[in-house]
Structures are given as structure tokens and as C-alpha cells.
Write a protein that binds this ligand. Structure first.
Ligand code: NAI
Length: 697
């Protein structure tokens, strides 16, 4: 007998028990199958209740088994569901908290389902590029109706049990149990113990009054919304089969579609991302049970572009914030922007006026450092100048209470030097938010040489509270994201010199799936930022060559959208990039001056030169220990730089191309006589992995 099997009167209760969410891994399936078999053999048992221990009924497949032979080892989920359907005694799923994916498919194999209110019910497989592969696409339409089921399967979004129970004619839930779920399930079991025949979802019909027109409509809508992803359309095909085919044929069709998706690069990329996001929180030398510092109040220094947005993150989470500036005027301006941002959300119906007021009352302002002394965390977001940072950190060191965390939002400066301005470098950390800081999910958490472990752990936990995706970075110029983007931008500049126009480069990258090509991105962020960085580099690193085109552009005063002109022209108040003849002429003149004969460059070369530039720098970043793992780099690019989700990030993309192919392409690029800077020397880690026919992941 398994420990998860017990009898309560004449009811057998089988409890899934695989924390944290009762994933249906091999051992759990074995326990379930054994429990079912035992219940069949015990003459005293009249009914069987299946439920989940702890925080879930079941979250579905065990992600730790993904891709391993264990995932499909017998008893697999399909055969467990068959065993449920063959039970001679009524089976009742007692659903609570979380019932997703395989968990829902399991429940649908039971004769009856009772649920606690508030349970989140979903078939989320589409989010990892798959479709439900254990009958979900065939059974859910039979209990919820075709349209409701298709919406859930194509979106993957969770719906609350009580909302589903209200759908007219639904057969998903036989009862919503208020109060104690197990008591309710046992009472229900007593009611149905002797009822025969046993109802099975497979015996119901999935009907639609006008299936052809409906599924045509569904294909058009879903196809338009999921351009780079094959799974949503396959979900439509599978659900259509629930109407047009007999149950077992539909099940077989679902299986074929599932198997086909399993090997698509898109699903591989999404599964990689799913695992990679979870990995970002694991820091090898910091145990999960590290005691955390309490952070219940925050101070922000500087109310400019970043300071205001940073403050909003905490206000949104109900954490009070005090903002300090150098003048009342700067405070008023900064706070005005915060209010305007919230008001825009109210106008769009995304925030109630009541909540706006609540958030604004959590926001205080000051010109006096003494008012910050009790804050648990202070984040500095003043001008990007070491001298200014020094003044600020010396003042903070003087006033902040012991144990307070001192953070800097610097994007390029040496955090170790900033920490050294204080007598408590162990309490100093980098919190590199991305602009707009209230919108962008990415937060690079910069671990200084002396940053204490509990400071890092506390900040990682805080990141979750404010709904950021945190990635740990070591200290280096540009940290992970910006250090890599510099190489990407350099290649983009070289492409202009060799024959491309900005629009041609942008379009190639956008066809690849980037949210924005490098030149449109430059115009949005402000070309003057890169200009300032290059001016510093020309002094510090004269060996690093950049195309002069970007400097020439800035010398023309074309900083981007904020000046109404950059790589492109802009109409007043509009963001549409219009190809600029002036810029094209500037590039042509520059080429002529350098004696370069332009050549036609294809999309593949454009994309690979830019993306492999990221990959090569990424490999250095991993090898130097700046990033903890290659997949962290993917998360940085997916959440902060608009890298296409269906490619899984630059490192995952390189793996999908094959690292030996990446190195071969780099060797071809190195033959280019215009590459006079040795740009394409493969990073040692990349060269080694390619030679060993290995991958980053
Ligand atoms: P900003 O120029 O918009 O704002 C800086 C604010 O700091 C101004 O309001 C200024 O009055 C205030 N300030 C200057 N000296 C001060 C002092 N001694 N005490 C108090 N307040 C002072 O600059 P932005 O763009 O907000 O950048 C701030 C920091 O964030 C910089 O370190 C920057 O590198 C970093 N950062 C900027 C990003 C961006 O996209 N703008 C992205 C990520 C980081």
C-alpha cells in the first residue's frame, strides 16, 4: 500500500503527494495506479476519491521529467487515465487550489468532479509550445462546450472553478463544495456509490451547431495572433477533431499533433525559457534558506526618467517610498510624471481612481537625507557620473540605519568603486532597472565583490514581490545585457559601412523576430547615450573600432525620437520611423571617404552577424562568471531586449543552429577584408564547446 492511500469508511482516498504542486512524475503515477488497483480489489471500498496534498490538486506534468524517458515510462498519464475509466467503482476527483494540464486531464478521466471555489483550472500546455497530450483536447470540449474549451486550450489561461461551474450546461464540475472539500467529496461519494452506469466524459458528445464556419473563424483569428508559433493552430485542429471524429480517433489525432509539436524549435525554445526563468533564482553559493532582511520601506534618490519608474514598482506592491531630489522643482516634475502615468492607466481602465489615490499616498518626497534614515532599502538613480554617485553614497552611509540595503541603478559604472565610498560595502548592491522601469520586467541584480549573501537573497525575493524577473550579474562594464548589446551595435554600424541602409538592417532583424531593429532601438533610447559611451571608449580603449556613422549622426543633432530625427525621420508627435534620405546620404559619403565599394548583403548575414556578436560576447560573460549560466543571458535578452520568444534567447538560438555552425559562420565573417579589428575571434568557451560538439545548455 502506498502512503498516500487510505480508506475513510467505505471510500478509498488517494492523495497525490509530490510537492510543490503534485506534478505527475513517475513515482506519483505509480502510487496512483497502485492505489487504484488496491481500491478495486478491496470489497469494502465502494467509491474512490482522488485529491492532492498541500497547495494543489495537481499542476500537471512534472517539469523535472521533461524530455527524460521517465516522462513516458509506464504507467504513463494516458494509461493511468485508462485505468480510471475502467474502474468498476465510481471515481471522484476532489479539485482544489491548482488543477492544470495533466492534473485536469486526470480529473477528466474520473467519473465525477467536485471542486473547492477558487481553484485555478487550466490547460496551459500551449504556453510551452505544446497541446494537452493526455486527452484534454478531446474531453474538455465534451464537458464545457467546444467554444469555451477552445478558448481555454488556445490561451492556456486559468479560469476559476466557480466561474466554470456557472457555464450553462457544463459537466466539468458536479458540485462546488463550500467549506471542507474532503467532507464534501466524501458526502458526494456516498450519494453516487451505488449509481450505475458510471458516467464517462468520453461517452459525451462534443457538438457545435456550425462547426465548419466556427473552426474556420477560429483558425483565422488564432493564426493571426500566433504568427511565429505553431501550437495554437494545432490546438484548434485537435479540438476540431473532438467534434468530427470518434473519441478514440480524436485521441489518436491529439497524440500525433502533440508528438509533432514536441520537436519544433518553437516548443524547445519555450520549454527552455520556462526552465531558464526558474533557474535564474538559483545562486549556487546561496542556500535557499538564507535569512532575509525585511524590506518594508524604500527610498529613491533622483526623480528623473528612472527614479520615478522605480518608485512606481514599490507603490504598486503597497510598499511606501520616499523620493529625494536636489530641488523642489525636480521633485514636482518627477512626481508629476508618476501621477500622469497612473492617470493614463485609469483612463485605460487598468486602475481604479481609488487605487491611484492609495498609491500616491504611499509616495513621500523630501530634500533632506535625514528623512531617509529609517528606510530598509535605498535605490540611487542620479546622473551617471562617478562624482555624483560618490557624493550620494557618502551621504547615505552617514544617515542610513545599520543593515539598510544601499543600491545603485548605475548602468555602466563600477559598482565595487561605488561600494567603496561607504564603510559598509557588504550592504551595497546594483539594481539595474530597464527603461521604462515601471513596465520592463527585467531587473539585473549586480553582485559586488563584497555584497553580503543575505543582501543578494533579500533583493532576489523583493524582485518577486515587485513582479520583476531578476538575473544576477557580476560587475563589468555594461553588466550582461548592455555589454552584449555593444557588440551587436558595433556590427550594425559595420553593416552600414559595407552597404546596408538602417532600414534594411532593422527589417532583417525584425523579420527574425526582434521587437525592434538596432537603429529603431537607438532612436527610441537616444543615440546620444551610445555616443557618450563611445567617447569614453575612444580614450580608454583605442584598440576597439566603431563605425563612425553613429558619431556623424549625433554630430548632426539627430539623437532620435526625442529630437524628432535620428536614423529615421519622425513626424511631430508620431513614432513611425520614416527612412531618411539625409542619413542615407551621410552613410554614402562616409563610405566613399573610406574608399569602400558597397555590396549587397542578405538577411541571413545581417541577422547572424548581429546575433552571433551577442552570442560570442555572451560566451565570454559565462566563462568569466559574470552570468551564472548561459540560460540567464537568454532571460536577459527575452525580458529586456525584445529578443523573439520563439527563439528562446541568443544562446538557445545558437544551440539550435549548432555551435559548430556558429563558429564556422564566424570564420566566414572573419574573411571579410573590412573586418580589420579581429572582431570574429570565437570566445574560448564557444570554441571549446563547438569543437566538442556540445551546446551551451
Ligand atoms: P535623469 O537625468 O533622467 O535623472 C536623474 C535625476 O537625478 C535628475 O532628476 C536629477 O535632478 C537627480 N539628481 C542628480 N544629482 C542628484 C543628487 N546629488 N541627489 C539627488 N538627486 C540628484 O537620469 P536617468 O535616465 O533617470 O538615469 C539615472 C540613473 O539610472 C543613471 O545612473 C543611469 O545610468 C541609470 N539608468 C538609466 C537608464 C535609462 O534608460 N535612462 C536605464 C538604466 C539605468
Amino acid at each position: 500500500m502506498t502512503p498516500n492511500y487510505e480508506t475513510r469508511g467505505n471510500v478509498a482516498v488517494i492523495t497525490l503527494n509530490n510537492p510543490p504542486v503534485n506534478g505527475l512524475g513517475y513515482a506519483t503515477r505509480v502510487a496512483l495506479a497502485e492505489g487504484l488497483a488496491a481500491a478495486q480489489l478491496d470489497p469494502a471500498v465502494k467509491a474512490i476519491v482522488i485529491t492532492g496534498a498541500g497547495k494543489a490538486f495537481s499542476g500537471g506534468a512534472d517539469i523535472n521529467e521533461f524530455g527524460s524517458p521517465k516522462a513516458s515510462a509506464e504507467p504513463n498519464l494516458l494509461t493511468v487515465i485508462l485505468a480510471l475509466e475502467s474502474s468498476s467503482k465510481p471515481t471522484i476527483a476532489a479539485v482544489h487550489s491548482v488543477c492544470m494540464g495533466g492534473g485536469l486531464e486526470l480529473a477528466l478521466g474520473c467519473n465525477y468532479r467536485v471542486a473547492a471555489p477558487g481553484a485555478l483550472v487550466a490547460l496551459p500546455e500551449v504556453k510551452i509550445g505544446l497541446l494537452p497530450g493526455a486527452g484534454g483536447t478531446q474531453r474538455l470540449p465534451r464537458v464545457l462546450g467546444v467554444e469555451n474549451a477552445l478558448n481555454m486550450i488556445v490561451s492556456g489561461a486559468p479560469v476559476k472553478s466557480e466561474a466554470l461551474a456557472k457555464i450553462p450546461g457544463q459537466k466539468l464540475f458536479d458540485r462546488i463544495v463550500e467549506g471542507d472539500l474532503m467532507q464534501g467529496a466524501l458526502a458526494f461519494a456516498a450519494e453516487v456509490a451505488d449509481k450505475r452506469p458510471l458516467p464517462l466524459v468520453r461517452n459525451l458528445r462534443a457538438d457545435h451547431p456550425n462547426p465548419d464556419a466556427y473552426f474556420q473563424f477560429a483558425r483565422n483569428t488564432v493564426g493571426a495572433m500566433s504568427r511565429n508559433f505553431p501550437a495554437p493552430l494545432k490546438c484548434v485542429d485537435a479540438v476540431a477533431a473532438s467534434v468530427s471524429r470518434r473519441f478514440d480517433d480524436g485521441l489518436r489525432h491529439e497524440r500525433e499533433l502533440f508528438a509533432g509539436l514536441m520537436f519544433t524549435p518553437e516548443s524547445k525554445a519555450l520549454r527552455h525559457t520556462f526552465m531558464a526563468e526558474r533557474a535564474t533564482n538559483k545562486i549556487p553559493d546561496i542556500p535557499a534558506d538564507t535569512p532575509l532582511r525585511t524590506i518594508s520601506s524604500v527610498a529613491v534618490i533622483g526623480a528623473g526618467t528612472m527614479g520615478g519608474g522605480i518608485a512606481m514598482n514599490f507603490l504598486n506592491a503597497g510598499i511606501p517610498v520616499t523620493v529625494l531630489e536636489t530641488s523642489q522643482a525636480a521633485l514636482d516634475k518627477g512626481i508629476g510624471v508618476v501621477r500622469k502615468n497612473y492617470e493614463a492607466q485609469v483612463t485605460k481602465g487598468k486602475l481604479t481612481p481609488d487605487k491611484l489615490d492609495k498609491r500616491m499616498t504611499l509616495l513621500r518626497t523630501t530634500l533632506d537625507y535625514a528623512d531617509l534614515k529609517d528606510a530598509d532599502l535605498v535605490i540611487e538613480a542620479v546622473f551617471e557620473e562617478m562624482g555624483v554617485k560618490e557624493t550620494v553614497f557618502r551621504k547615505l552611509d552617514a544617515v542610513m540605519k545599520p543593515g539598510a540595503i544601499l543600491a545603485s541603478n548605475t548602468s555602466t559604472l563600477d559598482l565595487n568603486r561605488i561600494a567603496a565610498f561607504t564603510k559598509r560595502p557588504q550592504d551595497v548592491i546594483g539594481l539595474h532597472f530597464f527603461s521604462p522601469a515601471n513596465v520592463m520586467r527585467l531587473l539585473e541584480v549586480v553582485r559586488g565583490e563584497k555584497t553580503a549573501k543575505d543582501v543578494l537573497a533579500s533583493v532576489m525575493a523583493l524582485g518577486k514581490t515587485i513582479k520583476k524577473t531578476c538575473v544576477v550579474s557580476g560587475v563589468c562594464d555594461g553588466f550582461i545585457g548592455n555589454r552584449m548589446i555593444e557588440q551587436y551595435s558595433r556590427q550594425a554600424g559595420f553593416l552600414l559601412e559595407e552597404g546596408c541602409t538602417p532600414a534594411q538592417v532593422d527589417q532583417a532583424l525584425e523579420r527574425f523576430g526582434m521587437a525592434m531593429g538596432p537603429f529603431r532601438m537607438g532612436d527610441l533610447a537616444g543615440n546620444d547615450i551610445g555616443w557618450a559611451i563611445r567617447k569614453r571608449r575612444y580614450v580608454e580603449r583605442p584598440d576597439v573600432r566603431y563605425s563612425k556613422t553613429a558619431d556623424l549622426l549625433c554630430e548632426m543633432g539627430r539623437y532620435g525620437q526625442k529630437t524628432g530625427a535620428g536614423w529615421y525621420d519622425y513626424k511631430p508627435g508620431k513614432r513611425d520611423a520614416i527612412a531618411s534620405p539625409v542619413v542615407v546620404e551621410m552613410i554614402e559619403k562616409h563610405r566613399a571617404a573610406k574608399g569602400i565599394t558597397p555590396r549587397k548583403i542578405g538577411d541571413e548575414e545581417i541577422v547572424h552577424r548581429l546575433v552571433f556578436a551577442l552570442v560570442n560576447e555572451g560566451a565570454k560573460i559565462v566563462e568569466e562568471g559574470i552570468a551564472l549560466r548561459a540560460s540567464d543571458i537568454d532571460i536577459v535578452y527575452l525580458t529586456g531586449y525584445g529578443f523573439p520568444a520563439h527563439r528562446g534567447g541568443p544562446m538557445c538560438y545558437a544551440d539550435s543552429v549548432g555551435l559548430y555552425n556558429v563558429v564556422a559562420a564566424m570564420q566566414r565573417f572573419a574573411q571579410n577584408p573590412l573586418d580589420d579589428v579581429g572582431f570574429w575571434k570565437p570566445a574560448p568557451l564557444l570554441a571549446r564547446l563547438a569543437a566538442e560538439r556540445k551546446s551551451f545548455t
